[in-house]
Design a protein around this ligand. Structure first.
Ligand SMILES: *Cc1c(COP(=O)(O)O)cnc(C)c1O
Length: 467
């Protein structure tokens, strides 16, 4: 069955001639709703044929060289093979007695990543479902450290008992306007509220201003509030900008505030031989988010949270008699995770590193970063376009159709997707729509991108003429 699927899937991939068919919800929704889930088909082959119609025919193909939209990567084949293995064995990396070698394989990759970052001898971490969960857990650790410190301080200075819940409303987090929305979401989930996130201004290159951060923390202290964490972004989702990690680390050290680096996107730089310097300062972080499913070319999901001090992970530990009793002598990864039953995603990265090696992955990421620069130059020199941001430090490109308004951009992008000629994303830069390319396919070249841009210009012109 599995060998058969591999063959059929390979045929599908070979037949893909565009990133997407542009199917509308009205095409797919009713067909899927009409399936009678209580009445199985005759065979697995029939079921596979059915998903061929309902899903694969109109799937969005991230490996296609003209898929240029979101932070999705084509996947390394050793990882796809590993996905089959881990699903078949069905290892759960929560306790030693459900994973055995899996525990050590995951741990080796955590140690390897922490070493690449330079977190030091007490580092640790755990695989997570994605950057959103990694950021949530990082901020949970920061919150609980801040609460513990505040309670201790209160006991020493005031002498009366104080409850943790009384501290929560005073906690503040700091992030730039270009940080990922999961930071604000985490603040909500952690009982701090969105208002707890203080926005620190960024410069013209969309990077956090460290002097403004220093001032914001100072103001916070003067108001009797407690700065609990600074979130620096190493690769903002829209701009690929990297906050100045070294100078931010100096500010967080001076104020003794938890320093979290969200490197969900930029983590690929950890294996780059060319650009490693871009992440200078990350070694000072208290916690780091990495998304292997973005710039390590891994299938979703594959992500991790790394911490400088393994003791900080105690904030998510709970000992259950039936699972991971406190007196357990074997390592139980569940002690460090928000999840209980957990996929053995680490095997995918393991197989990728053991087959391709880190330098190859780094070269792949370097290639898409270089391609973004080439594309930027091409756009800047063509009067039909204007660039909407300076060249990215990573692999995004923001631009507009010259003289076009928001509606024209929307129509041009929709027409492009519907035609199957290519896929691009859209966002806003300074309140105005901009089109966005996120380049993550090392097999894409400028020769693939230019026809997509030409098509956009054509669709934009048509939309303007019709208006
Ligand atoms: C994608 C992204 C996230 C969220 O990661 P998921 O894996 O999608 O949950 C967080 N931060 C940044 C900067 C991202 O680009």
């Amino acid at each position: 069955m599995i060998a058969d699927v591999a063959g059929r899937l390979a045929d599908r991939f070979a037949a893909v001639d565009r990133p997407w068919t542009g199917a509308a919800p009205a095409d797919l929704g009713p067909a899927i709703a009409a399936v009678d889930l209580d009445r199985p088909l005759e065979s697995f082959e029939d079921a596979f044929d059915e998903i061929g119609d309902l899903y694969l025919k109109d799937a969005v193909w991230f490996h296609h060289p003209r898929y240029l939209a979101h932070l999705n990567c084509p996947v390394a084949l050793p990882a796809v093979a590993a996905e089959t293995v881990l699903a078949a064995v069905n290892t759960s990396v929560d306790t030693w007695d459900q994973s055995a070698g899996g525990t050590f394989i995951e741990q080796r990759l955590i140690d390897w990543t922490a070493q690449r970052i330079g977190l030091g001898p007490d580092a640790d971490g755990v695989f997570t479902s994605g950057g959103t969960q990694s950021n949530l857990q990082a901020l949970l650790l920061a919150r609980d450290e801040a609460v513990e410190n505040a309670l201790l301080k209160h006991r020493l200075e005031v002498g009366t008992p104080l409850r943790g819940v009384e501290v929560l409303p005073r906690l503040r987090l700091f992030a730039s306007p270009h940080s990922h929305f999961s930071v604000v979401k985490a603040a909500r989930l952690l009982g701090l509220g969105e208002e707890a996130v203080i926005t620190v201004p960024a410069d013209d290159w969309f990077r956090m201003n460290p002097a403004a951060l220093d001032a914001a923390i100072e103001t916070c202290r003067e108001q009797g509030l407690i700065p609990a964490a600074v979130v620096a972004t190493a690769g903002t989702t829209d701009f690929g900008s990297v906050d100045p990690l070294g100078p931010i680390a100096e500010v967080t050290a001076a104020h003794r505030v938890w320093f979290h680096v969200d490197a969900a996107y930029g983590c690929g730089v950890l294996v780059s031989r060319k650009h490693r310097g871009l992440l200078g300062g990350i070694e000072h972080a208290d916690s780091v988010t990495v998304d292997y499913h973005k710039s390590f070319f891994q299938p979703v999901s594959s992500s991790a949270l790394l911490v400088r001090d393994r003791a900080s992970l105690r904030h998510v530990t709970h000992h259950a008699d039936y699972l991971n009793p406190a007196e357990a002598v074997f390592p139980n990864q569940v002690d460090k995770s928000l999840q209980t039953t957990r996929r053995f995603d680490a095997l995918k990265l393991w197989m990728t590193l053991r087959t391709l090696g880190p330098d190859t992955l780094g070269d792949m990421f370097d290639r898409v970063c270089a391609l973004a620069d080439q594309t930027w130059d091409w756009l800047a020199s063509d009067p039909r376009f204007e660039v909407a941001a300076p060249p990215s430090q990573l692999s995004t490109v923001l631009f507009r159709l010259a003289g076009a308004d928001d509606d024209t951009h929307r129509l041009a992008r929709e027409a492009l997707a519907a035609s199957g000629e290519g896929m691009v994303a859209a966002t806003k830069v300074e309140g105005r729509t901009a089109l966005k390319l996120t380049l993550l396919n090392p097999e894409t070249g400028l020769a693939d991108i230019v026809p997509v841009l030409e098509a956009l210009a054509r669709h934009g012109k048509k939309a303007q003429e019709a208006a």
